[in-house]
Design a protein around this ligand. Structure first.
Ligand code: M6R
Length: 612
């Protein structure tokens, strides 16, 4: 969702801010804007893409060594030029950019209107900048102090950056519920919603904590306070991100690049954590809590979207290997249905971005009831990573495409390692099976590479089904979440209606949809419920549905029935999701490209969903 960039230092801010906005495009947005100070406080904004903003400012004055820039994903007020950020204060001396929602904006607005303030936009953000200016004028305090006081009156979530014409060397920023990272250069500062706009300038970063206000000035030390006015010391961390990870590297889209990165990203998720020869699985991040996990009577997994699908695979893994009951919950449902949580519960929160508002809220709820929270996150230093008691990073590298691909396989890899570790501690897995799975895990990156060779076949298939209106995805056991994930991938980037179902459930309803127009993707790999899936394929066939089957290499039986067959290498049943997901990602990708859809930034979607 909204993206924030800020710069103060000796360089011209405009090119840094524009490049930063391009880097943040992946988060999803509908308008963009920039404010710069060079004597005057200049503000330019427009509905549309960052490239539209770039065109708009072509003949304008963009000089200045301090500035803020923003990509907006509309919440309050439609996406238009006026509602785009930044917003001026009443006097036009201040400007603000904001990510999040000010929930009590209406009452503050009413109060300010009574005192003669005028509003140009429909946004909650404009209310906040007027409030800051009001406090500054009335209480005669510095800008950072005015921001701090104002935030004490605000209910909601925010990451904000404010600049002032009267203090042209200073950026004031704050966060609560929305992320903010500060990059510390030699003699300059970079602010952003995540580290992607910062990585090419500095690797020294500070992740602002909840309810902290930061003040950075050219050639001065960073100053952080809580909104309750306590001084804080900046904790500077090293950023592990390189430029190559942020570029398309010769691929047409980030999504395709990320699909192809999976042999490496899965390997990176396992690096230093598995040693098949020695029979070791080690997850340093959760070592203090693994005994508690092993003793737990149940595990609750909370997540959204693709991460929720990974959680479902996790349920099968933990129950199968570690013999512990697992509940997998949509974070958004969990938090609002008065769930029963005890101090003995282990809650595993899964999130690529580490910023998903519903998952974060589910964590806070479970924490307040005394549960132990374990995180599985991709983004280092993210809000969820910091809100959990312990956790394991997936180390898949930045995922820029809105459709999650490599993050999913990395999450499943980590869940496999966790389940194996706990199973080993509890003694619920036979030694021979444990060793067999570890060996097979180490072979998975090569097998993923092998699986990617089906790419051309999927491209051909995409040609056949480019304009199909509906798709059904079926799977059983470990392949049921794969079916859900395949359907989600297709609908989000190609806008084709697709549904994932447990294959046996088909006859309880969806079978009514099947006719010769209906493609049915069946994940029919050779272990587990293979025979049962064969029967489900027969049922589709009998109704003239078109079968696209994902099978194990060398399969003969499904081949006799299916219209199209895609092979994946043989592996352990519980590791099949790591392979079978890949052709489904490729199918969605190629169909979306052929339909001329915006693959990396599908309509209406955001990469990190920071509002409820
Ligand atoms: O960052 P998170 O993993 O918490 O995000 C959860 C979902 O928003 C995300 O997986 C979404 O469903 C993706 N667009 C799926 O490709």
């Amino acid at each position: 969702m909204c993206g924030i960039v800020g710069y103060v230092g000796p360089k011209q801010a405009f090119p840094i801010l524009m490049k930063g906005l391009y880097r943040l495009e992946y988060r999803g947005y509908d308008s963009a804007g920039i404010a710069l100070i060079d004597g005057d406080l200049k503000l330019y904004k427009t509905k549309g893409k960052v490239s539209d903003l770039e065109n708009f400012v072509k003949d304008k004055d963009t000089t200045g060594t301090i500035g803020i820039a923003h990509t907006r994903w509309a919440t309050h007020g439609e996406p238009n030029n006026t509602n785009a950020h930044p917003h001026y204060s009443q006097s036009k001396n201040l400007a603000i950019i904001h990510n999040g929602i000010i929930e009590n904006y209406a009452s503050i607005k009413e109060e300010l209107m009574k005192r003669g303030y005028h509003f140009e936009s429909d946004t909650d953000t404009e209310v906040l900048i007027h409030l800051i200016e009001d406090i500054r004028n009335n209480e005669k305090v510095s800008l950072d102090e005015a921001v701090r006081i104002a935030l004490n009156q605000v209910v909601g979530a925010y990451a904000i950056v404010v600049i002032s014409k009267e203090d042209p060397d200073m950026l004031v920023a704050a966060r609560k519920g929305s992320p903010l990272v500060i990059g510390i250069g030699d003699d300059d500062f970079y602010l952003a919603s995540d580290a992607t706009p910062i990585a090419e300038y500095t690797h020294d970063v500070v992740y602002l904590d909840e309810e902290e206000v930061v003040c950075v000035r050219k050639n001065r030390k960073i100053k952080i306070k809580t909104i309750t006015n306590k001084d804080k010391t900046a904790y500077v961390q090293k950023l592990e991100m390189n430029l190559g990870q942020l570029e398309k590297g010769g691929y047409d889209h980030f999504m395709l690049k990320e699909i192809y990165e999976q042999p490496h990203s899965i390997l990176d998720s396992m690096r230093g954590r598995v040693n098949a020869k020695k029979g070791i699985v080690k997850l340093g991040g959760i070592s203090d809590y693994e005994q508690k996990m092993a003793n737990a009577d149940r595990i609750i997994i909370v997540a959204c979207g693709t991460s929720w699908h990974a959680g479902l695979v996790g349920e099968y893994l933990f129950e199968d290997l570690a013999r512990v009951p697992v509940e997998v919950e949509y974070a958004s449902e969990f938090r609002y249905r008065n769930p029963i949580i005890t101090e003995d519960d282990i809650v595993i929160a899964i999130s690529q971005s580490g910023e998903t508002a519903d998952t974060l809220a589910a964590i806070e709820l479970a924490k307040s009831k005394g549960a132990t929270i374990i995180g599985i996150c991709n983004v280092v230093g993210s809000s969820i990573a910091r809100a959990t008691h312990a956790g394991t990073y997936t180390h898949a590298g930045p995922e820029i495409g809105v459709a999650s691909t490599k993050a999913f396989t990395a999450q499943v890899t980590i869940l496999t390692l966790m389940a194996l570790r706990i199973a080993h501690m509890k003694g619920t897995i036979e030694k021979s099976r444990f060793h067999r799975i570890l060996n097979e895990l180490e072979a998975i990156p090569e097998k993923v590479k092998e699986t990617l060779k089906v790419d051309n076949q999927l491209k051909e298939l995409a040609r056949v089904f480019t304009y199909t209106r509906n798709f059904l995805y079926l799977g059983r056991g470990y392949n049921f979440p794969v079916a859900l994930e395949g359907a989600l991938k297709l609908k989000e980037i190609s806008y084709i209606h697709a549904e994932g179902y447990p294959a046996a459930e088909m006859k309880h309803g969806p079978i009514a949809l099947i006719d010769k127009e209906m493609p049915v993707v069946v994940i029919a790999t050779n272990k587990g419920t293979y025979d049962k899936v064969m029967s489900n394929i027969q049922e589709v066939k009998a109704r003239k549905g078109k079968i696209i089957a994902i099978v194990t290499k060398g399969d003969k039986d499904v081949k006799k029935l299916a219209d199209y067959v895609i092979e994946v290498p043989e592996t352990e049943e519980l590791l099949v999701p790591l392979l079978a997901t890949i052709p489904l990602q490729l199918l969605s990708y190629h169909i979306a490209v052929m339909r001329d859809c915006n693959v990396d930034q599908p309509r209406n979607l955001a990469k990190s969903v920071t509002v409820e």
